[in-house]
Design a protein around this ligand. Structure first.
Ligand SMILES: Cc1cc2nc3c(=O)[nH]c(=O)nc-3n(C[C@H](O)[C@H](O)[C@H](O)COP(=O)(O)OP(=O)(O)OC[C@H]3O[C@@H](n4cnc5c(N)ncnc54)[C@H](O)[C@@H]3O)c2cc1C
Length: 403
């Protein structure tokens, strides 16, 4: 087994969470190794939607205003409105005050790993963490390379090996399973979607295929989406696994027909799990912390996870820096930051999610539609991060700088 020098930090996983944590800690002067099992550019099953809160984070933390994101080729499409359905019934079709953007994950993630490298981080690709020893703080890759560090960060996504090697006391498995989602997603080349979409479903997509569509009741405790990209139309469906254990493929086929894409029902969608409120409140043990999907941090309502990957990485990086420079307790500092800056928001969003899906289960579509119409700007603001889900008040907890 080949040994490696001791680093301050070893980060496992080079998605948005891992690259953000690695970059911030590299910039703070720590020696950091980032281990990514694949090689860039690598794709990730994802709708690629960047809400305003993500764009704001990228500007604040990476000095990437929208103009630079565009110049770097990180924005593939701009959504200036949205349409929202319950089943095939249109509830809302509105312009957005501020747009949402769509990115391509192979570009986005490659760029961010590059930023980490520029910050002095050693980025090792093709390095799959196979064994993790939390007490010794070592990671051994499937090639037998061993990395030792003072702190380990698990940023290895929803299937996280780092999480699975933590003691049972850290992860409440019942809660994790109860709030774990499952998705099916298909990217249809735009040209084919434009020529083959025959408009034979009850939902008529706009002519230019430029509007993001969200369709509730496409499955149980979840929704369907049609997201525009420049070269593709991304169609997906996702909901809580325990509510959809059987039948998600049939629901997906039905959804394709509903949005007029029956010509594509013979294509095989990609399946992938999605955190939907199963975040771990104290994702830390000894010298290890978890960030992003590895700790279940994503929007409980919509499954939007890129922002939460970035933000938990920022909070964790701050806790790690304080631990390394002033011996602040790692787990305590990180957990306190999560409790102060993120978890109340996720709790409030979970309550809204539960209300919405209970109404749908009870087939209270008419009062729910009225509620959605009455609150649409508030909910859109909360999703965009300009308001809090807690009473829809203006709140900066999601955005305030930590360093
Ligand atoms: C169908 C679908 C649609 C989605 N749509 C959106 C959306 O539109 N907008 C949005 O914000 N979010 C969306 N999400 C959620 C979003 O994709 C995730 O929340 C986000 O990718 C989490 O980032 P991460 O860095 O935590 O994990 P990941 O992006 O999963 O990155 C983890 C990295 O770790 C690496 N890795 C894994 N195991 C190891 C190992 N053992 N050793 C080394 N490396 C390892 C992986 O190769 C990967 O690069 C969607 C998810 C799904 C499934």
């Amino acid at each position: 087994m080949k040994g490696r020098p001791e680093y301050d930090v070893v980060v496992v996983g080079g998605g948005p969470a891992g690259s953000t944590a690695a970059c911030l800690l590299g910039e703070a002067g720590h020696s950091v190794a980032l281990l990514e099992k694949r090689t860039y550019p690598r794709d990730k099953v994802c709708g690629g939607c960047l809400s305003q809160k993500t764009v704001r984070f990228l500007d604040r933390v990476f000095s990437l205003p929208v103009s630079t994101l565009r110049r770097e080729g990180l924005l593939d499409f701009t959504g200036t409105g949205y349409a929202l359905y319950i089943g095939s019934r249109r509830i809302l079709a509105e312009d957005l005050d501020e747009p949402v953007y769509f990115t391509r994950r192979e570009r986005y993630d490659t760029y961010l790993a590059g930023r980490a490298a520029q910050a002095g981080v050693e980025v090792h690709t093709g390095a799959e963490a196979a064994e993790i020893d939390h007490a010794r703080r070592t990671v051994t890759t499937s090639d037998g390379d061993r990395y030792a560090a003072r702190v380990l960060i698990g940023a290895d996504g929803v299937h996280s090996r780092v999480r699975r090697t933590l003691p049972e006391s850290v992860v409440d498995m019942k809660r994790w399973q109860n709030n774990l989602g499952w998705t099916l997603e298909l990217a249809i080349p735009r040209r084919e979607a434009e020529t083959l979409a025959n408009g034979d479903g009850p939902i008529r997509l706009d002519d230019g295929l430029a509007t993001p569509h969200l369709v509730f009741a496409a499955c149980r405790w979840g929704y369907g989406w049609v997201f525009p990209n420049r070269e593709a139309i991304v169609v997906g469906i996702g909901g809580l696994l325990r509510m959809n254990e059987k039948g998600l493929p049939e629901r997906f086929e039905e959804f394709l027909k509903t949005v007029g894409f029956s010509a594509f029902t013979d294509r095989k969608p990609a399946g992938f799990p999605l955190p939907l409120g199963n975040y771990i409140s104290s994702p830390a043990h000894e010298g290890t912390v978890l960030v992003g999907d590895a700790a279940g941090f994503a929007s409980p309502l919509l499954g939007e996870g890129i922002f939460y990957a970035h933000r938990t990485a920022e909070l964790a990086a701050h806790a790690v820096d304080r631990h390394l420079t002033s011996a602040a307790p790692l787990a305590g500092t990180y957990t306190a930051l999560l409790r102060r800056r993120l978890i109340p928001e996720l709790r409030a969003e979970t309550a809204l999610r539960n209300f919405l899906y209970r109404c749908l289960d009870a087939r209270m579509h008419v009062p729910l539609a009225a509620f959605m119409r009455a609150t649409d700007t508030l909910v859109v603001d909360a999703v965009q991060g300009t308001r809090s889900f807690r009473g829809f008040r203006r709140d900066d907890d999601l955005h305030s700088a930590i360093w």
